[in-house]
Design a protein around this ligand. Structure first.
Ligand code: HAM
Length: 419
């Protein structure tokens, strides 16, 4: 019997796996440049953290969490998202008692028991950034701009930014009531009716056509914002415009996690089908209090690495560049040659040249096949006669031209040819 990766999960394998690393790196680069520091939190947390932080009425908490009792009888949950853990860590270590905002970034896998399909996995990777302890539209705009720059640096041209404001504790309750009143008058199924009472904003996000058809006249949060929220939202939008970040107002944008207030946004990509969000985030001014901390108005986002790769694929940005795995490939012929080649490889790598060699005692033909497959520019062929002459055959694999060079100088020669 052989095993398969669990449903909804997959393995990243070379050479594609290298692109994953590069994508993470590119998404993180702008954030680092803006003074965000790296944070790593555990892969699992106390279940209660997510229940309170993400919200009891969300799909994430009610249906999608990987929760289990550990051997000490504690309820543990594999993290479905990174924001609640980051806030937990900031509070635990008192980072909010220092300079504000506390700016942090992270990169890690998340776990959600979702219906698996293309772009929607049970184990997926996010890069995230959070700025805690400041209420300033420039901070919201900064974060959005940094994500935008990350996508741009990857060459993505079809990422679209949708933004909205979800109001705050001043204006949201009244809007919520108005919306509930409207929704109660519609023809909806039982489950959706229940949702009206628990989390009416999520109904706006219902994708079913029969529901959408009835929502044409639904009251929208943007029309019910208090003066402070309105001014805040205007300022975020105007800063984005000033920074040249194109955006679309999406008054029906409701995010799947309960902690959002004011600014919310999503980055969507047209080439992904139904799972179009490559990233998303917003302000969460009340989250710290929800998990027992002081008031700590904050904003952040998480970008989906897996979906960003799918988006790049859709834009033809992952087509093989033909770049090799290593620059040099060693072909030792015989025992003695293998020993010498082993050391030569180490010398090359020390000199900054990537190098691999044939292992497993392959003959010339098999080893040369390995050289071709490696994508190396040069093969170094070392036989008994070469050893006696203290030389090695340097073969340019693009031209098939072969020259003999002294073993003592080969590192320098190869380095010169590669530069
Ligand atoms: P989220 O919208 O749930 O937000 O997830 C952010 C991104 O993670 C999504 O836009 C998507 O690209 C990716 N993602 C989510 N679920 C899956 C999945 N099942 N499979 C593949 N990719 C997925 C959050 O997680 C918030 N913590 C973001 C945030 C940070 N808000 C404030 N700070």
């Amino acid at each position: 019997m052989t095993f398969q990766a669990p449903k909804g999960t997959f393995d990243w394998l070379p050479p594609r796996s290298e692109r994953v690393l590069a994508v993470r790196e590119a998404l993180v680069q702008p954030v680092r440049q803006a003074g965000y520091g790296y944070i790593e939190t555990p892969t699992f947390e106390d279940t209660e953290l997510f229940k309170r932080g993400v919200g009891e009425s969300t799909d994430v908490v009610t249906k999608e969490m990987y929760t289990f009792l550990d051997k000490g009888g504690r309820s543990i949950t594999l993290r479905p998202e990174g924001t609640a853990p980051v806030v937990r860590a900031v509070l635990q270590h008192g980072l909010h008692n220092g300079q504000l905002p506390v700016k942090l970034w992270y990169s890690g896998s998340q776990f959600r028991y979702e219906r698996a399909q293309k772009g929607r996995y049970r184990h997926f990777w996010q890069v995230g950034a959070e700025a805690l302890g400041a209420e300033d539209p420039a901070l919201d705009a900064e974060l959005i701009l940094l994500a935008w720059q990350g996508y741009q640096s990857l060459g993505l041209r079809r990422v679209e930014l949708l933004i909205n404001s979800l109001g705050d504790r001043e204006c949201r309750p009244a809007y919520r009531g108005t919306l509930q009143e409207f929704l109660r008058g519609l023809d909806l199924d039982e489950e959706t009716r229940r949702r009206i009472e628990i989390n009416p904003l999520r109904v706006l996000d219902d994708k079913r056509p029969e529901v959408q058809a009835q929502l044409g006249d639904a009251p929208l949060m943007v029309d019910h914002l208090c003066e402070a929220c309105k001014a805040y939202h205007e300022e975020v939008r105007s800063l984005l415009a000033a920074a040249g970040v194109p955006y679309t107002d999406e008054p029906r944008l409701v995010r799947g996690l309960d902690y959002y207030t004011r600014t919310t946004f999503e980055f969507v990509h047209g080439g992904l089908g139904s799972q179009s969000a490559v990233g998303g985030g917003g302000r969460y001014d009340g989250l710290s209090e929800l998990i027992g901390g002081p008031s700590l108005p904050s904003v952040g986002w998480a970008l989906g690495v897996d979906r960003t790769l799918l988006a790049m694929e859709a834009e033809g940005l992952l087509d093989d560049t033909g770049e090799g795995r290593v620059a040099v490939y060693g072909v030792p012929l015989g025992e003695e040659a293998r020993r010498r080649m082993f050391l030569l490889m180490a010398e090359l790598r020390r000199a900054g040249v990537s190098a691999d060699m044939a292992f497993g005692g392959k003959g010339l033909k098999g080893a040369m096949k390995g050289a071709d497959r490696s994508g190396a520019r040069f093969a170094l062929i070392l036989g008994e006669r070469d050893l006696a002459a203290r030389a090695v055959q340097l073969k340019d694999l693009t031209t098939a031209e072969q020259t003999e060079v002294p073993l003592a100088q080969v590192v320098e020669i190869v380095k010169g040819k590669l530069s």
